[in-house]
Design a protein around this ligand. Structure first.
Ligand SMILES: *Cc1c(COP(=O)(O)O)cnc(C)c1O
Length: 417
């Protein structure tokens, strides 16, 4: 074919050769720990390449050795994930947290400085402020409303500007969809990068990727996912991924080999099955979210709705610019304040029937939760205030059900508040 195909057209076949698996149309689960070499010479060559003792020749495929190093279910999945973000390479992990922690550990050493956006995912926040801190890595957390000048000043004030090694951001921020400007982060990265020590910008793209935001195209170096969310999409698997250049992912795969936190073949197979419907699921979820957000906005018992789709008409000029530059959809995550406080928010949550009361997001079923006491329970009160994480805030991940049923469920529950 002359024209490059769209990722959704390739999700059923890319990277898989049926002839290598008895003609099976789908990639089987390669539930095996080790792989038989045809000859000792072949085994020697596979190890040379795997351990970087010798470069891969043009067209040479990395031989299968042992499932901690490589496995067809992971390799094919990684090739397919690359298509959405137009990445050179990808590494998949047994959880989003292991993707994030491995990336941060590979590129930072004691004495280094990390800059990150707040709020980040609770697990990431804990890893940065407990584990990395214990390792002697200092960090600066900045909020969406801080300017480039203010962040640069804070970096200079640490006296460790020359040790800035990574900027890690999550946009839009969970739960209120605050936007972090990737362009601004690229500018900060370039300002503090030197030829010996380039600053690495990583973006947790779980909320909007891999469909609606492509950070690598905007100048980021690494894209991270909790594949548990939209990529998996069925609330039945925990997994993660990291994408970027061959050189950076090569390093991450190196550490993954020694931490042993790669995904297993069964996880790889489940995610390949999920990828086949990724686009139709996410598009339907986004369409449903428009309807749900518009319904919530006009409801007399709802005081505020946080939804990216309202930015073009309600956002500040800066938010409108970031939205235009970074996103191709308004996504399917909504947060809203019920009039009243925790009591009213809990009444709503306890009376939902179709929508399940659970954390996590991006799955086929709609999920609702209370950030203030659940996902963001350990965020300091001062930060909660600054980030609008109020006692009356409810977060909704919109699923693929009929939007009329989702709205009817919210309607009957709000009627009881
Ligand atoms: C869920 C989530 C994670 C953690 O992923 P796990 O798969 O649960 O380890 C990281 N970042 C974001 C934005 C998430 O929503």
């Amino acid at each position: 074919m002359s024209k490059k195909m769209h990722p959704e057209s390739l999700m059923m076949s890319h990277g898989y050769k049926p002839s290598l698996s008895e003609g099976a149309i789908k990639c089987p689960i390669f539930q095996t720990s080790t792989f038989v070499f045809n000859t000792a010479e072949e085994g020697k060559r596979f190890f040379e390449v795997a351990y970087g003792l010798s470069d891969q020749k043009e067209g040479e495929e990395l031989g299968l050795i042992y499932s901690r190093l490589n496995n067809p279910d992971l390799e094919i999945l990684e090739n397919r994930l690359c298509l959405w973000d137009e990445a050179e390479d990808c590494a998949v992990f047994e959880s989003g947290m292991s993707a994030i922690s491995t990336a941060l550990m590979e590129f930072m050493v004691p004495g280094d400085l990390l800059v990150y956006s707040r709020p980040v995912y609770g697990g990431t926040d804990h890893f940065i402020n407990h584990f990395l801190k214990k390792m002697g890595i200092e960090s600066i957390g900045f909020r969406a409303d801080e300017t480039e000048e203010a962040i640069v000043e804070r970096i200079m004030a640490t006296g460790k500007a020359d040790r800035l090694t990574m900027i890690h951001i999550e946009t839009p921020a969970n739960p209120t969809n605050a936007l972090i400007d990737i362009d601004m982060c690229v500018a900060i990265k370039e300002r503090f990068s030197t030829s010996e020590k380039p600053v690495i910008l990583s973006v947790d793209n779980t909320y909007m990727g891999p469909l609606w935001q492509h950070p690598l195209q905007l100048g980021a170096d690494l894209v991270l996912y909790s594949a548990t969310k939209y990529i998996g999409g069925h609330s039945d698997v925990i997994a993660g991924a990291c994408l970027g250049s061959k050189a950076l992912i090569g390093r991450i795969k190196g550490l993954r080999t020694f931490l042993g936190n790669m995904a297993g073949p069964w996880t790889g197979w489940l995610l390949m099955r999920s990828l086949e419907t990724l686009k139709v699921r996410m598009e339907q979820q986004a369409l449903n979210a428009v309807q749900v957000a518009n319904y919530l906005r006009q409801h007399p018992k709802v005081s505020h709705v946080y939804y990216l789709g309202f930015i073009p008409e309600q956002g500040t000029p800066n938010e409108q610019r970031i939205f235009r530059e970074q996103y191709t959809s308004s996504g399917a995550m909504i947060a809203f304040d019920v009039k009243g406080g925790e009591k009213e928010a809990f009444l709503l949550l306890n009376n939902l029937k179709l929508i399940k009361l659970a954390v996590s997001l991006g799955s086929t079923e709609s999920l609702a939760e209370h950030p203030g006491t659940m996902t963001h329970a350990d965020v300091p009160q001062e930060d909660k205030n600054a980030m609008n994480i109020t006692p009356s805030l409810v977060r909704l991940s919109v699923g693929v059900e009929h939007y009329e049923d989702i709205i009817a469920d919210i309607e009957q529950a709000l009627a009881l508040v």
